[in-house]
Unconditional design. Structure first.
Length: 299
């Protein structure tokens, strides 16, 4: 464990959310703060500590947390990824962070990546407590991605499975589960691309309570999630968007189109590689760009 990091927990809609708090190094209280959470089905140990350490070293107080139903946090059904609930967890994290005596509640920024890259776009448009945002390889449109991933023939059985799962839940059954990543097509995973399987499995070795499964309803929720629709409504919240040029998980063209609709103060960073390059190969580039953006607008 990083010596200055401490474990924390706060309540989000009645469940305990757990995470890490990093005090800003060399910073005079009250100091600016950054709140962070991960993408689809990932937990905080999967490279978020590296970003948090970079930000804390620059003088920011940092909160990194696992959403309800995932990782170290409480909440059921386990492994259910509901974007609306995760956005509420961010809002409650802002409330917790604002109450810390060494944090300036008027200087709070959000960092999000992949699925949470979408979450922070929604929050930038709807929560006036958010003063600056970094959205890395963000989810923009579940509908658009779904149309690319499924043909009418492959979509039909999935929609039937959604119906079957809802009926079973109404009758008291547990949620149907799906494998998150796998090289084996027989597993019918959410992600079968080699880069996704390799990253999740490798990142999981860094610790934490990651599980290679999600509820079927998580996929249903993702198909209806449209955070890009909020981008034109962002106001008085500087936005840095980081886009991977070869990203097919959260397609680069969708992110660039959404960025073009953002008003006010904004900046775009394009990096080489696919979706997961942001965390490893391009870590120095993405973390330093985010740190500079937060320093410019929160310090």
């Amino acid at each position: 464990m990083t010596p200055s990091r401490r474990d924390i927990e706060f309540s989000s809609e009645g469940d305990a959310v757990r995470g890490w708090f990093y005090p800003g190094e060399g910073s005079h209280a009250p100091c600016p703060a950054i709140i962070m959470a991960h993408g689809f089905g990932a937990v905080k140990e999967m490279y978020l500590d590296r970003y948090a350490e970079t930000f804390a070293a620059a003088g920011f107080a940092v909160l990194v947390f696992d959403y309800r139903r995932l990782g170290a946090s409480d909440g059921t059904p386990r492994q259910e990824i509901d974007p609306a609930a995760q956005i509420e967890d961010y809002r409650n994290a802002i409330s917790w962070m604002s109450a810390q005596p060494d944090v300036d509640a008027k200087r709070i920024g959000l960092w999000g990546t992949s699925y949470s890259g979408g979450h922070v776009l929604v929050l930038a448009a709807t929560d006036p407590r958010v003063k600056c945002v970094v959205s890395q390889v963000p989810t923009i449109s579940g509908n658009a991605v779904g149309k690319r991933r499924f043909t009418p023939e492959t979509l039909a059985p999935l929609l039937e499975a959604f119906h079957r799962d809802r009926k079973a839940r109404m009758d008291g059954a547990g949620p149907e589960m799906r494998t998150l990543v796998s090289h084996d097509p027989a597993d019918a995973p959410v992600y079968a691309a080699a880069e996704a399987v390799d990253w999740y499995q490798s990142a999981a070795k860094r610790g934490g309570h990651w599980e290679n499964r999600v509820t079927l309803r998580s996929i249903e929720y993702s198909r209806a999630y449209e955070p890009g629709a909020w981008v034109p409504l962002i106001s008085d919240c500087p936005l840095l968007m980081i886009v991977a040029r070869e990203d097919v998980v959260t397609p680069a063209d969708l992110a660039l189109a959404a960025y073009a609709t953002a008003p006010d103060v904004k900046q775009l960073l394009e990096i080489d590689g696919g979706h997961f390059a942001a965390y490893v190969e391009a870590f120095a580039e993405t973390s330093s760009a985010a740190q500079r953006w937060f320093s410019e607008h929160l310090m």
